[in-house]
Design a protein around this ligand. Structure first.
Ligand code: GAL
Ligand code: CA
Length: 334
């Protein structure tokens, strides 16, 4: 009898242990941020990744890739040799998705890419265990464009030279980044679709989303164009902050719009230093990334038990919606 009890105890223990291996408590996520120097990724997305992973009871190992794709490649190799259960990767170079996908595939580890969408066509379909969490890049530009158009139409005095056209400068951000490319296209398109001619005085096509660089660029635009500038379009808030600093030190005021809805941007809308922004919902992007990672690590359908919706258009993407933020509603985002 004792033997039988002992045998059953051992069998039971075995079952419990087997069950434990698939519970969330044992899951280790290997993650990165492309650079801790990015306002939005470091200030909004990273803290929520950390907080939400802890809430879910999973282990998150997160590293800074210092804007260096080669460094990220090494970090992914390290995660794989450490035996992480799943990877959550913020590409440095969106064109390098294939390199990371191949590494994950060779190791048989599921991979969630987030924030920087792969730019190489078809690459998401080279591995059945890779997904993307981000936004619909074009949407931010569409919303920002509509907001600017409405304000332009409501303020005839903004057309300083009275020629009916908009003389503008545009801070683009990281060249080749799907968000930078789509925002640049769509914001301007809102005006041209409404029959308004857009005349571009300056375009900053750089390698970063950086505040200091945008400040320098804005300074030189002010020197070159002065009162000709009727509108400043910035593809993110971080660059708009730099532009506003340049405007203040030159005692210039131009209508200016950003994207992201960072806390500082909301404050600036409150004191009329920024005309509007677009909420880039990093909190929900972080949560979706962790939720998908946990499911993927357990071999479950990635959106199971969540409210995230996976696009069925071949992009294998969860896309979190953008929201317009103006003087009318900014307080509800603070
Ligand atoms: C964008 C965001 C930018 C920057 C970029 C990094 O979505 O608007 O501010 O953080 O991601 O990939
Ligand atoms: Ca004009």
């Amino acid at each position: 009898m004792k033997k039988i009890v002992a045998l059953f105890s051992i069998m039971f223990l075995g079952l419990v242990l087997a069950a434990c291996q698939t519970t969330q408590g044992t899951i280790v996520i290997g993650a990165n941020i492309y650079t801790y120097g990015d306002n939005f990724m470091n200030g909004v997305v990273r803290p929520e990744l950390v907080r939400y992973a802890a809430q879910k009871g999973v282990t998150l190992n997160i590293v800074d890739s210092e804007n260096d794709q080669a460094k990220l490649n090494d970090q992914v190799d390290n995660f794989i040799s450490q035996g992480v259960d799943v990877l959550a990767i913020n590409l440095v170079d969106p064109a390098a998705a294939g390199t990371i996908i191949n590494k994950a595939k060779a190791a048989g580890i599921p991979l969630i890419l987030f924030n920087k969408e792969a730019t190489v066509a078809g690459v998401m379909n080279t591995y059945d265990k890779v997904w993307y969490v981000g936004t619909d890049s074009a949407e931010a530009g569409v919303i920002q464009g509509q907001m600017m158009l409405a304000d332009w139409q409501a303020n005839p005095s903004w057309d300083k030279n009275g020629d009916g056209k908009v003389q503008y400068v545009l801070l683009k951000g990281e060249s080749g980044h799907p968000d930078a490319e789509a925002r640049t296209r769509e914001s301007v398109k809102a005006f041209t679709d409404a029959g308004i001619v857009m005349e571009r005085l300056g375009l900053q096509d750089s390698n970063t989303w950086n505040t200091a660089e945008a400040q320098n660029t804005m300074q030189s635009w002010i020197t070159s164009f002065g009162n000709q500038i009727e509108l400043v379009i910035s593809n993110n808030d971080g660059m708009a902050f730099g532009a506003v600093t340049a405007m203040k030190s030159a005692s210039k005021v131009y209508p200016i719009y950003g994207v992201d809805a960072l806390a500082q941007a909301l404050q600036m809308i409150g004191v009329d230093e920024l005309n509007g922004t677009v909420l880039n919902d990093g909190v929900n992007q972080a949560r979706a990334t962790i939720d998908l990672a946990i499911n993927a690590a357990q071999g479950k359908p990635v959106t199971e038990g969540t409210s995230w919706v996976l696009r069925t258009d071949g992009t294998k993407a969860v896309r979190v919606a953008y929201v317009a933020v103006t003087k009318q509603n900014y307080q509800s985002f603070q």
